[in-house]
Design a protein around this ligand. Structure first.
Ligand SMILES: [Zn+2]
Length: 351
């Protein structure tokens, strides 16, 4: 039997990080991931996580923050901001989440298993270099990308953040880096307040940050359309060596925090499009790292959609995008993005 071409990292140790009862970022989220894994378990290689080293964490985070977090180890419960909590096991759990993300990214870029899914907690994309926030202790995706850049001499990496919140931490880490293209779809205005469409990167990184803020109520048509008409031409223009997805499932219609309307079919269409893009552009290399998602149904359905796209023998061809209806929300999102990024991404808005 051939080696599976998909790696999955999950581990009971990711359950050890906890917040007070009633907090939406709870261990049961990973039970929902596991239930989605069950039907495809035979077709993926499950590997255990290892803890990221201090040196790897330091590729993104200030030593001062790392010392504060390390000091929580084995101690009393506490909190880092209004909604970001820790227990004695949280720091070690966060190090495992970062380590799992590093290993999948590294393996894909080094010619190992091309596709991966890291079912980790706590999430990462709000964590800034010097500050934990928004349920996130360490920025798993940023650490994985920075580590790969250091080791492998500047691979080009597209980070697509489809969590319903803007990934302020990831954007800030890479905003002046032309080799990391950060694209985010997010509800706006909404927590954490960043992610305006005019935030496009700074200095040499100008143009390598692309934000698609979306009003509450957007569903499959808008999200899938944005992936087809904005993310796809941006990826083709950027020519990545790897696609990393900051994979939150909180744009799901059942999510208790956000107000978007994505359904299983929408996640499936987005995941299939990304799989096809990875096959077209970068040898099939694509790694998903779990971020938010607070409806157990949403996490289960979203994970199922992603895993099914990853284990498929080959991605489908890039489908033609449906017409842009006059006056539609999708049309206004595409036109607004094209006004800002159309110079650098000539096909933006086309099918
Ligand atoms: Zn989120």
């Amino acid at each position: 039997m051939r080696e599976p071409s998909v790696q999955f990292v999950g581990d009971p140790r990711f359950l050890a990080h906890r917040a007070p009862p009633g907090h939406p970022e709870r261990p049961e989220r990973l039970d929902a991931v596991q239930s989605a894994l069950e039907p495809v378990r035979e077709r993926v290689a499950c590997r255990p996580p290892r803890a990221a080293t201090f040196d790897e964490l330091r590729s993104v985070h200030d030593e001062r923050l790392l010392r504060i977090l390390a000091a929580t180890r084995g101690g009393r419960d506490g909190q880092l901001d209004a909604d970001t909590y820790f227990v004695a096991e949280s720091y070690d759990t966060a190090c495992l989440a970062a380590g799992a993300s590093i290993d999948l990214v590294r393996d894909a870029l080094r010619g190992g298993t091309p596709r991966g899914f890291a079912a980790v907690r706590p999430p990462g994309h709000h964590a800034e270099a010097g500050r934990s926030m928004g349920f996130c202790l360490l920025n798993n995706v940023a650490i994985a990308v920075r580590t790969a850049q250091r080791e492998l001499g500047g691979p080009r990496i597209l980070v697509f953040d489809w969590d319903v919140h803007h990934g302020n931490g990831t954007q800030h880490v890479f905003e002046s880096d032309p080799d990391v293209f950060y694209v985010s779809t997010h509800q706006f205005p909404f927590y954490p307040g960043t992610g305006d469409h005019r935030e496009i990167g700074v200095g040499r990184g100008e143009g390598a940050t692309l934000n698609v803020p979306m009003p509450a109520g957007c569903g499959d048509a808008e999200f899938v359309g944005v992936v087809q008409r904005i993310v796809t031409p941006a990826a083709i223009a950027f020519r990545p060596d790897l696609i990393v997805v900051s994979c939150g499932f909180d744009a799901h219609h059942d999510d208790p925090l956000a107000s978007m309307e994505l359904r299983f079919e929408g996640y499936r269409a987005m995941a299939e499009q990304l799989r096809a893009l990875a096959d077209l552009l970068c040898g099939g290399r694509i790694v998903y790292v779990l971020e938010g998602g607070y409806s157990l149904l949403g996490v289960q359905e979203g994970t199922r959609a992603v895993l099914e796209s990853l284990v498929a023998a080959r991605g489908t061809a890039l489908p033609a995008a449906p017409p842009l209806e006059p006056g539609s929300m999708l049309r206004s999102l595409v036109e607004r993005t094209a006004r800002i990024h159309g110079v650098r991404i000539p096909d933006l808005g086309a099918a």
